[in-house]
Design a protein around this ligand. Structure first.
Ligand SMILES: NC(=O)C1=CN([C@@H]2O[C@H](COP(=O)(O)OP(=O)(O)OC[C@H]3O[C@@H](n4cnc5c(N)ncnc54)[C@H](OP(=O)(O)O)[C@@H]3O)[C@@H](O)[C@H]2O)[C@@H](O)CC1
Ligand SMILES: Nc1ncnc2c1ncn2[C@@H]1O[C@H](COP(=O)(O)OP(=O)(O)O)[C@@H](O)[C@H]1O
Ligand SMILES: [K+]
Length: 489
């Protein structure tokens, strides 16, 4: 899994890589620019649109000069807008790339840019070397860039965004950020969504092992990481091997939630799915999901089940005793979602009773109810870290780039998912998936890594066809395709 390093560690990572691979920093910059232009090629941007490249004096600007050169070679009409005075000395590699700009590339000062022109703007003004508060000249440059009405593509990071912190000042508003080697931490914060836009990760040839000597508790989860976390089943596997799970949830008017969770558990591969629901509401479940069984008795022997997920559509009224009883009589890791989390928020004395290594899956509202409001995502991550460590629990902060917070302190940002998942019931689908994997004898860490990624991927597959018309049931129907896509048998 890719480590997310701090901006300060980037230079050290580069130097270590340069030593190891015996390449120059100039060649590394070239790889970044080639990676960018390969992505550009794949997007098939019209050659009728001129390209405006804003370049600073550091290595981010150096990337910009190299990109300008490569796009010019691809027959685009390219203008470079210098974001520095003529007397400013450029970083060594930026200087080399500046000198390589060919005659067909117009070079102007940023003040000369007409933001009403049609075209595409590439922001290579400031990268991870940006420190402290923006100087006044830089403010003007960023305002100029943001007054452009066309598409803005940021190189590595939108200029003005600190790589590891929350935005305090002004910053470029990009619709796409093409970032090198690993996504910078701040690109993954919800409050920066309007500045960062879509994230594109460009590999510049630094292997995962080269990150080993750098300490970081942040990771980025990609498709290539998943297969190693899956369990294999053999030819003689029977339904018991695929787990017997129980979902506790649903109430009058909210039976849909447990319907969605139980269908998801089945589509994820559970052998047997049972649901504990109110007896008056059972027909809804049994009609919608004939494969699921209803357990109506007051006192279920929870130990029968390999995994239990609790919360979707449960309601909170009069349900505290149910949760307390479950904690007393079941010792394996649970999945706690929705109203189970709301109940914990209201009854914090129950938190120490939660079986160790359980998984909580709050969305931002539930997170705030449980752990109090946070001023920004960084504070939220810190609160999650302390909570997980203190109680030996795992937690998913749901949203775009959901964060898997493990009990050991690692925090893993998910790369799969789409805005089309912002629809009622998609969280219930995740609960079903996670419970199913736990029931198939996955460890909580394995269940989280596979579950959160497959859920996001199922959303992507559904969203490709249904776009904003995607509903939670479409995500469920796409779960089997995620196994095909990731080549999991
Ligand atoms: N592995 C990788 O990821 C690779 C990374 N690469 C690239 O290198 C980039 C990092 O380059 P970097 O270290 O040269 O810094 P960079 O972002 O250009 O910023 C320095 C400039 O910012 C300015 N400046 C600073 N603070 C400021 C302020 N408050 N207000 C105003 N200005 C301020 C500072 O001015 P100065 O303070 O020097 O006057 C200087 O001009 C990285 O993002 C990526 O694009 C690739 O080439 C290769 C592989
Ligand atoms: N913009 C988005 N990008 C990616 N995933 C998203 C986005 N919005 C929501 N999701 C995912 O959809 C799910 C929504 O969960 P939740 O808010 O609990 O929904 P519900 O309560 O309706 O079931 C989460 O897993 C979240 O990560
Ligand atoms: K930039």
């Amino acid at each position: 899994m890719l480590k997310i390093l701090s901006g300060n560690q980037v230079k050290k990572l580069d130097s270590a890589h340069l030593e190891l691979k015996v390449i120059s920093s100039f060649e590394l910059m070239e790889r970044a620019a080639v990676g960018f232009s390969n992505w550009w090629k794949s997007k098939l941007f019209s050659k009728n649109l001129p390209v405006f490249v804003f370049c600073g004096a550091g290595n981010n600007g150096g990337d910009g000069f190299a990109i300008a050169r490569l796009l010019h070679k691809m027959d685009y009409t390219v203008s470079v807008f210098k974001c520095f005075e003529d007397r400013t000395s450029l970083s060594e590699d930026a200087g080399k790339n500046y000198a390589l700009l060919s005659e067909g590339i117009e070079i102007k000062s940023w003040q000369e840019f007409d933001p009403t022109r049609k075209g595409i703007l590439i922001d290579a003004f400031l990268g991870v070397g940006f420190k402290g508060a923006l100087r006044s000249d830089a403010e003007g440059i960023i305002e100029k860039i943001n007054s452009f009405t066309g598409k803005i593509i940021a190189v590595d990071i939108p200029s003005g965004l600190p790589s590891d912190d929350v935005l305090k000042g002004n910053c470029v508003r990009a619709s796409i950020t093409v970032t090198f080697a690993f996504p910078k931490l701040s690109l993954l914060f919800p409050e920066h969504a309007r500045n960062v836009g879509e994230i594109v990760l460009v590999d510049i040839g630094i292997s995962d092992g080269e990150y080993d000597s750098f300490s970081s508790s942040f990771f980025y989860l990609r498709d290539r990481d998943i297969s190693g976390f899956h369990r294999e089943f053999h030819r003689f596997s029977h339904k018991g091997d695929f787990g017997k799970v129980l979902l506790i949830g649903g109430s009058k008017g909210k039976m849909g939630a447990v319907v969605l969770s139980s269908k998801s558990a089945l589509r994820t591969g559970s052998g047997l799915v049972s649901c504990k629901v109110d007896s008056e509401e059972r027909l809804i479940l049994q009609t919608a999901v004939p494969e699921a069984m209803c357990r109506l008795e007051e006192k279920i022997d929870y130990r029968e089940f390999d995994a239990i997920g609790v919360g979707p559509g449960l309601g909170t009224e009069g349900k505290t005793a149910l949760l307390e009883d479950l904690f007393e009589r079941y010792s394996k890791p649970l999945v706690l979602d929705a109203d189970a989390i709301n109940l914990l928020a209201l009854n914090q004395h129950l938190i120490p009773m939660i079986p160790k290594n359980s998984i909580l899956t709050p969305h931002l509202g539930e997170f705030d109810r449980l752990l109090g409001t946070s001023v920004n995502h960084l504070e939220r991550l810190e609160k999650a870290f302390l909570f997980c460590k203190k109680w030996g629990l795992n937690l998913v902060i749901k949203g775009a780039n959901s964060v898997i917070c493990l009990a050991d302190g690692r925090q893993i940002f998910n790369s799969s998912g789409t805005k089309y998942m912002a629809t009622g019931g998609s969280g219930d689908v995740l609960t079903g998936i996670l419970t199913s994997f736990l029931g198939q004898s996955y460890s909580p860490e394995q269940a989280l890594i596979c579950g959160v990624f497959h859920h996001g991927l199922a959303g992507e597959l559904a969203g490709k066809i249904k776009r904003r018309g995607t509903i939670a049931s479409d995500i469920i129907e796409a779960i089997p395709d995620t196994f095909i896509q990731l080549d999991i048998s």
